[in-house]
Design a protein around this ligand. Structure first.
Ligand code: AMP
Length: 491
């Protein structure tokens, strides 16, 4: 017996020392798997059939059996892969049997980085749990009334979907009883880390029972996520959804090289006049840019709204409802909107400014091409964006095709052949990368004519700009100066 225990211990030590990725199950679509074979409660199957889900997605095929078996789970899956149902269907399955411990506190807790995603998860949960009796779903989000939240938390809750900051407030005030908690889901864990929620998440977890089932979903699984998982999960099963490329297959990605802001504006105007564009999300780098651009477009007669983190929850919800109901044709948004928006009629995503992180590009463009439809993702890039473009292309494993609209060609042209990786090099820029640009310096564009070129002055702020000084160069103050480097495929 002693030798057996020793051997088991040695095997365990050996296994845990092997890099985690060895144990990833790669999720592929098996055509013969149906929701009926996944041991889900008939009331859940009825609801998903009604939603028109005919077959589980790869992440659902892999995750649901592991979760029903009670395992902890670590999965790399992005929005758009069906990950919400992958964790929520087994969560609801638990609720189909009565709680073992009496009380009113939540049995399932889902933490999400943003309010939008939390609302999306709550909506999906309500739909999936429609035919289960008395499943009470409560969302606790920042920016909403404490009074209402206190009331909701004083009543019976089954599923609590929350953003970490506000939830920790309620926990510290002793308003939540986690004694019944059976499952903790960390949705978009990488994003929660980026947003500085790691301590809150760990602290929330410390208030929940140690025997809970813990699930972690993240677009990327790197060593930081691994460390958190090691603290919060127990012998998790790991699933990698190998669909990053496939997922973008129905999205045509185009790239427009741009010279300056007015060039961007002209291209945007042209794209928005396209009759095939039903609804579009235009992404900007800053909240102020989103407001300014929305104002400009409204002045041009477009039916447009802005969405960003400085708006109250009520305004954000109102704008999203308008988008969903088709009462907004264009939404100008910051990355806060990149996750969670699921509107079938979004035919175009336009990256007016490229995202700060390659991963956000995938989230942004995933707002189009929903539910099997095709979509178009257009990105504007100037000379300074070459590194960012390379990162995006490495991350997605796809090249973004440069496009030209006749009459709107860029003055800046890649110096090398278009199929050459070096073509992503920026034009020669005579300044130090991290130095703030002064208006008296030469523009990074039009650099062939030094004497005539005027300093470029553009009306939009730089990504980190919170000041009133909005006259900055498009080509300077690189948003990548402070970029966190992701461990991307190929790095
Ligand atoms: P998610 O990744 O959870 O944001 O889901 C992305 C979209 O896929 C949502 O519109 C879901 O309603 C939809 N969806 C999830 N699972 C399935 C499925 N098995 N079949 C069809 N659509 C699904």
């Amino acid at each position: 017996m002693f030798y057996f225990a020793l051997a088991a211990l040695a095997a365990h030590t050996f296994l845990v020392s092997i890099p985690a990725r060895v144990f990833f199950i790669y999720a592929h679509q098996e055509n013969n798997v149906s929701f009926e074979n996944l041991n889900l409660h008939p009331a859940i199957i009825k609801a998903i059939n009604e939603l028109g889900y005919t077959q589980p997605t790869p992440i659902q095929q892999q995750a649901i059996p592991e979760l029903i078996a009670g395992h902890d789970l670590m999965a790399s899956a992005q929005t758009g892969t069906g990950k919400t149902a992958a964790f929520m269907l087994p969560a609801l399955n638990r609720l189909a049997t009565p709680a073992k411990i009496p009380g009113r506190g939540p049995r399932i807790l889902v933490l999400t980085p943003t309010r939008e995603l939390a609302l999306q998860v709550s909506d999906a949960t309500t739909k999936y749990g429609k035919y289960l009796s008395r499943v009470k779903v409560v969302s606790i989000l920042g920016g909403m009334s404490y009074l209402l939240q206190n009331k909701l938390l004083s009543q019976h809750v089954d599923i609590l979907v929350a953003t970490p900051g506000r939830l920790i407030d309620h926990i510290q005030r002793g308003r939540i009883d986690f004694s019944r908690l059976e499952m903790l889901v960390l949705d978009e864990a990488d994003r929660m880390l980026d947003m500085g929620f790691v301590q809150d998440v760990e602290s929330i977890a410390s208030f929940t029972p140690a025997h809970r089932q813990t699930l972690l979903f993240s677009a990327t699984l790197d060593s930081t996520i691994d460390k958190i998982a090691a603290r919060l999960l127990r012998s998790p099963k790991r699933i990698q959804v190998a669909t990053q490329r496939a997922k973008l297959e129905n999205i045509e990605q185009r790239l427009h090289y741009v010279d300056d802001l007015s060039h961007k504006n002209r291209l945007l105007e042209h794209l928005l006049r396209d009759q095939t564009l039903k609804q579009a999300i235009v992404f900007t780098a800053t909240k102020r840019d989103a407001d300014d651009l929305a104002d400009d477009l409204a002045a041009q007669g477009h039916v447009v709204g802005a969405l960003h983190g400085d708006m109250s929850q009520r305004e954000r919800t109102r704008t999203l409802t308008k988008l969903r109901n088709g009462r907004l044709r264009i939404l100008v948004a910051t990355d806060v909107a990149a996750r969670g928006i699921d509107v079938a009629d979004i035919t175009h995503v336009i990256n007016f400014d490229l995202p700060k992180f390659a991963e956000d590009y995938v989230h942004r463009i995933g707002r189009t091409g929903r539910a099997g439809a095709s979509g178009i993702a257009v990105s504007f890039a100037s000379g300074k964006d070459s590194i960012s473009l390379k990162r995006i292309e490495r991350f997605t494993g796809q090249r973004i095709t440069p496009s030209i609209i006749p009459g709107m060609e860029p003055k800046y042209k890649p110096r090398f052949g278009q199929n050459d990786e070096k073509s992503r090099r920026p034009p020669q820029v005579a300044h130090k990368r991290n130095r703030a640009w002064s208006p008296n310096e030469r523009s990074p564009f039009n650099h062939t004519d030094t004497k005539k070129s005027q300093p470029a002055r553009f009306g939009r702020s730089t990504p980190n700009d919170n000041t009133d000084n909005r006259k900055r160069s498009l080509g300077r103050s690189s948003q990548f100066n402070n970029t966190r480097v992701y461990a991307e495929p190929g790095n």
